[in-house]
Structures are given as C-alpha cells and as structure tokens.
Design a protein around this ligand. Structure first.
Ligand SMILES: [Zn+2]
Length: 73
C-alpha cells in the first residue's frame, strides 16, 4: 500500500489492516491502529510504520484506545 492509500483507509474504522501498519501522528507523539476511532489526523502530520516497535523507537507511544484493543505498549 502507498502512504496515500493508507491515509485514505484510516477513518474507515475497518480492522482488516490492524497489525499491518500503524499510524503515527507527529503533532501528538501518539500512534494508532488503522481502525482507531480517534479523530483522523491531517495527512501532513502522519507517518506510517510497519511495526509498532518502529513507532516506539521513533518516540511514539500507543493511544489509549488502541492500547486497550491490541495490547500495544
Ligand atoms: Zn488509537
């Protein structure tokens, strides 16, 4: 998937790509599953990671909602 396709997908609240990629938001320092119900971030603030470890290594932490759903930490 391209970043553009990923960005289009988030906000659909579809869980099929959960675990496939993670959506990190530069302005908040938080990352989410693609299905997260949180407000859709602006495209320019989004970075996509293939694994949660990469997101964590880059200084992001899991959002409260996603943490509960997927035991992200
Ligand atoms: Zn989330």
């Amino acid at each position: 998937m391209t970043d553009e396709e990923k960005y289009k997908f988030i906000g659909c609240r579809d869980t099929k790509y959960d675990g496939v990629f993670y959506t990190a938001v530069k302005t908040t320092g938080i990352f989410c599953l693609p299905s997260c119900k949180a407000k859709k971030p602006l495209e320019k603030n989004v970075i996509f990671y293939d694994t949660k470890d990469k997101a964590i290594k880059n200084g992001f932490r899991a959002c409260k909602i996603c943490k509960q759903i997927a035991s992200l930490s």
